[in-house]
Design a protein around this ligand. Sequence first.
Ligand code: BGC
Length: 777
Amino acid sequence: MPRRSPDIRAFVLVASASAVLAACAPKALTPAPQAAPAAAPAVSRVTPRAPGEDRLVDSLLAMMTLEEKVGQLNQLSGLADPTGPGGAEAGVGQIRRGEVGSLFNVIGADTTRKIQRLAVEESRLHIPIVFGLDVIHGYRTTFPVPLGEAASWNPEMGRQTARIAATEAAAAGIMWTFAPMVDIARDARWGRIVEGAGEDPFLGSAFAAARTAGFQGNDLRSPTSIAATAKHFAAYGAAEAGRDYNVADISERTLRDVYLPPFHAAVCAGVQTLMSSFNEINGVPAHANRMLLRQILRGEWGFDGMVVSDWTGIGELLNHGIGADSADVGKAAIDAGVDMDMVSEVYRKALPGLVRGGRVPQAEVDDAVRHVLRLKYRLGLFSDPYRGISAAGDQAAMVTPAYRAVAREAARQSIVLLENDGNVLPLKKTLATVAVIGALGADTGATLGNWSGMGRPADAVSVLDGIRRALPKGNVLYARGASPVSGDTSGIAAAVATARRANAVILVVGETPDMSAEASSRATIDLPGAQMQLVRAVRATGVPTVVVLMNGRPLALQELDSLMPAIVETWFLGIEHGNATADVLFGDYNPGGRLPVTFPRVTGQVPIYYAHKNTGRPSNDSTKYTSRYLDVSFTPLFPFGHGLSYTTFTTSAPRPSATTMRAADTLQVEVDVTNTGSRAGDAVVQLYIRDDVGSITRPVRQLRGFSRVALAPGEKRTLRFPITARDLAFHDGSMHLVAEPGTFTLFAGPDAEHGESAKFTFITPDGAAAPVADDCR
Ligand code: BGC
């Protein structure tokens, strides 16, 4: 992306503001008392403070009025074109008065420049605005939805796609994204499962760190970097009954061992901001949760960045019922440590009164402002509020051939071959006639998935188009059949007739993008609409059929699986959806994706996840008084980590470098993987661990290592996974992070249910649990 020449006038203004600041510095440097408890941070990799950062921030603070301070904590959405006809006058006035610290959903280099000019030229202290946007899985170049991309089991892919997203978004004036979403989700009814990396803290942490690094790049000041946000802090995915915004009632141990690790990983990767979540945790809403924000985030993890509320999250504390009016809830949120108020304007209206009335210490507000100014400083806004972006950023290269190539590779790597009985797949390109059936198959827009930013259907390739391109000489028929949204069966007869004219059917079924999204929980996660009737009717024709799924959550596919020999999970793959799908269907690409989340047989099994506890009566489908169901197996339809290939692999038993391990040791665990088939392909080797005996019951397995490797036919590779005490640790009865002595079982294999095992023993000098530092891995 070419650098744009900076706006000289603004530079002069900012430069002169800096000169004023420098002159004021001595008397401005009185440090405000810290509101947060001054616990020694345990992390070692928080962003180092740049020289001058604290000085600039403190100098500015010393010059600000209370209203200007509170203004920095105020974030508004929208404000189309403030200087054009119909410009939002109220917003303009607020900016001039220094009452807006951040704007989001303002798009376009030209527009952001105009608004920025108001802030830096017409407000008293010339403090620039930070512009945010939900850049979730691409800006213009849309990549697979995050859950789909996690199926690649390739965090480096997550870094690359985030990097491109940042580059495109930054050219359009965006400086800050509300991503990555790192919520662990174990209940597929919850529609937002699509936005994260699935059910597992270890895999989720790897993607959290990689995506953070991708958005932020090596240098936050670079005009291709944007600040990232780890959201939603915390336990949003534990919403009771999978109903969005619902309460999370979980133990502190589950919070710390399952839901927090990806946030910690993002903090370790240098994430600049976190967003509070809409839910309460054990009776305390996240937006008023001192334990989360002050004790854990700032105290234990040493985070010195900024916390933003979710959309009207502070105002919603009224509905949670923890305050009687705006003043109460504003106080609750600032006391807890929420720095910036997204949209609700509770801070702007209530905080000045709260401070003047003595209900909120000035130091708390100063601290929050400090976090906001620090973000702006780190983004380089005090040197160049336009970050080198000219109005022509709007014409910057988007969806370049290079970006498209990454989009295709990310899409291919995200596809999971769920079923392939009798090796129906790959299809031969010599088939005379192929029928694509299903409304989603021709729906270009659907490929983009939810939260698709500025993605455009015109840039995207549907499954139908992808197949037509793959078979330029073939006869490709299409019938709509049934839609995912209506119960209308009227198109099924025509679809059956179309199927009968074909040598093979590609049946595209699933969900529309808005079915797996915010406020899109589903009580049953079957194929929606009349699609199962369509499946049955196509099956009855006897024409060989492969199913292509498009969806943003696990679906309950028991019947579909019993009827169809081949099922390909394609999620919502972004602009290259159709090409990547065709690559897999016709064997130009050998699928290697693996499920980042368990697929149940029926909705009633949900929540279902591999790292469950054994119970006193471990599940056994043939023994009555065990933990099971009368009407369905307790096992999932497809386990976590599952995915097939057009070749075959064998995975050896894990070989630990020693049979005993001590707290300071790193055990090296070797695993051989061999391509035993006749095609090249990607294996994803997974290493799990089980603590055989613990003072607190331990999960039956926990992922502790994984590697996606490309193997030629016959090729064998030996992989090495390091295991340290941190990998054995959990929060004990006193909520200390410890590794307990005793035997551990290692499992290496293709998914969470299979594989060979080996044991080792963890030894401590006195036989007592070894304390483990909760530091960055
Ligand atoms: C969502 C956030 C999002 C915010 C801003 C909220 O409704 O929960 O994830 O970042 O809106 O668009």
